[in-house]
Design a protein around this ligand. Structure first.
Ligand code: NAP
Ligand code: MG
Length: 491
């Protein structure tokens, strides 16, 4: 496990010499200490990224050259995948099979953006048709500059990959501030980049607190673009800070995503997808389908089957065989989820199952899979992201009611619809105000497809070609092809 920051191609102690404890959420034990970077470390990192961008020629490399580095990084991640997955479990708590999945996806993200980097070489050569044939115009895409990336703790290495891979593919340089709770694999990504011989300053990793290192990155005048994933509160703050010097900003924030089950749905399938949508990663997923809306005819049956399955889930240390639900990431998150469930009950909600820590587990930030019903529409539990294994289930009568209930939220990240009626699924998919709609499934995510939210769930899209656009500027280059300058003015 690393103990230093990665700045300008070198490992360095933070200037303050401060550290932050790393706690294994399954045991509550301190297992390591990471460097606590601050404003001065961020300044060094941004200056290195600036130099790599302005002077060392990273943006002038061809996409094909950058693709070589990205593929090397993917390969090196794959070569260490088991070790990285285990590190992720120790840091974040998620079950090992989920961590393995994340590491594979992170490597895949680097490979995918290697391909898009290569495409950039050929994309910008064609002339644009314009209305005056004395001019020739073409449009080129260029890197936006120095990126400040800030990521959360729910998918530590994968969220790093979602920022770093497209930024490097575009020709940007980046300073990444991982979440204070889960920085271990981000520091390993720095080691991987070093081994891949990525030029100094192109990728810099500064661990530290959001309010210190994060804030310094957000307000640094030499950063051109901020890419953030996390809470709406911090996202809003970052957007306000970015406004001061018109930094580009993309935000991937939370949600309160609905999943609609119609009378004609396959109930067993629906139950499985609901479980996946709310209990995977302990429910700490921005797109978690935390509001389940069920049509009257199947409500009782679905609730009974869901409750039965939720009670069967094996809870424990993510490194143990057969565990499906690990601990929440931190004491803070455990306290937040517990408080949200208490508050829901005070507001009138019924706890059908779960609602507390499992009695058998004395240590660790464990919380049972929890199902709430009778949740008032104006309550905190119905409206706000809980970010834990807590699902609100509610009945509806008509398709129109279901869509209205689903859309009655300030969020709009994802939504899912379960029905065997193809016309209905199409109609409802279009009516739902969300950036991602799943039909007869929940949560599958593809590197090629756009990821992001409507309304207060964010701005911009990650992944796919849309994710690359986040890191590109658009430039027109127009040439006058006649010698008669005056002729154009007096036309
Ligand atoms: P957060 O506070 O928004 O943290 C996300 C990242 O922003 C972290 O790296 C954090 O650093 C950093 N940060 C915090 N304050 C900052 C500031 N003033 N300037 C720059 N960076 C700053 O989220 P959280 O505390 O980890 O979780 C709180 C809630 O956010 C969760 O309960 C959940 O509802 C939501 N959340 C959403 C997602 C998502 O994928 N959409 C992911 C995680 C959490 P620190 O690590 O030091 O706080
Ligand atoms: Mg925080």
């Amino acid at each position: 496990m690393r103990t230093q920051l990665y700045i300008d191609g070198q490992w360095a102690d933070p200037i303050s010499k401060g550290t932050l404890d790393v706690i294994n959420p399954a045991t509550e034990e301190v297992i390591h200490a990471i460097p606590k970077g601050g404003a001065q470390d961020i300044d060094l990192a941004v200056r290195a990224a600036r130099r790599a961008f302005d002077q060392d020629g990273w943006p002038q490399t061809t996409g094909a050259q950058r693709a070589v580095y990205l593929r090397r990084i993917a390969e090196l991640i794959r070569g260490r995948s088991e070790e990285l997955a285990r590190l992720e479990v120790l840091d974040n708590g998620k079950p090992l099979p989920e961590a393995r999945w994340d590491i594979g996806d992170a490597a895949g993200c680097f490979d995918y953006y290697a391909g898009l980097a290569e495409n950039l070489d050929s994309d910008s050569s064609a002339d644009l048709a314009i209305s005056d044939d004395r001019f020739r115009t073409k449009v080129v895409k260029e890197a936006v500059g120095v990126v400040g990336g800030i990521i959360p703790w729910n998918y530590p290495l994968l969220m790093a990959a979602w920022k770093v891979a497209p930024a490097l593919a575009a020709g940007c340089t980046i300073v990444l501030k991982p979440a204070e709770n889960t920085s271990l694999t981000a520091l390993e990504l720095a080691a991987v980049a070093q081994q891949a011989e990525l030029p100094a300053g192109v990728l810099n990793i500064v661990t530290g607190l959001g309010g210190e290192a994060g804030q310094a990155l957000v307000t640094h005048p030499q950063v051109d673009k901020l890419a953030f994933t996390g809470s709406g509160k911090v996202g809003s703050h970052i957007m306000a800070e970015a406004a001061k010097d018109i930094k580009r900003v993309s935000l991937e924030l939370g949600g309160k995503s609905p999943l609609l089950v119609f009378d004609d749905a396959d109930i067993e399938n629906a139950v499985e997808w609901i479980m996946f949508g709310i209990f995977w990663n302990q429910g700490q997923v921005c797109s978690a389908t935390s509001r389940v809306l069920v049509q009257e005819g199947v409500y009782e049956k679905l609730l009974a089957r869901l409750t039965e399955e939720a009670r069967k889930i094996t809870i424990g240390d993510g490194l143990e065989e057969g565990v499906l639900l690990g601990p929440l990431v931190s004491k803070q998150q455990y306290d937040q989820v517990s408080a949200a469930v208490v508050r829901a009950q005070e507001d009138g909600a019924q706890v059908v199952t779960g609602g507390a820590r499992p009695a058998a587990l004395g240590k660790g930030y464990y919380f049972q899979p929890t199902i709430l019903t009778e949740v008032p529409l104006d309550s905190h539990a119905w409206k706000e992201e809980i970010f834990g294994p807590v699902v609100c289930v509610r009945r509806f009568a008509t398709e129109q009611d279901a869509v209205a209930l689903a859309n009655d939220s300030r969020y709009g990240l994802a939504a899912a619809v379960m029905t065997t009626d193809a016309k209905r699924s199409e109609r409802v998919a279009h009516a739902l105000r969300a950036g991602i709609v799943w039909i007869n499934c929940s949560q599958p995510t593809f590197t090629e497809a756009p990821w992001g939210g409507y309304k207060q769930s964010g701005i911009g899209r990650e992944l796919g070609k849309w994710g690359l656009e986040n890191y590109l500027e658009t430039k027109q280059i127009t040439a006058y092809t006649s010698n008669d300058a005056w002729g154009w003015y007096v036309k």
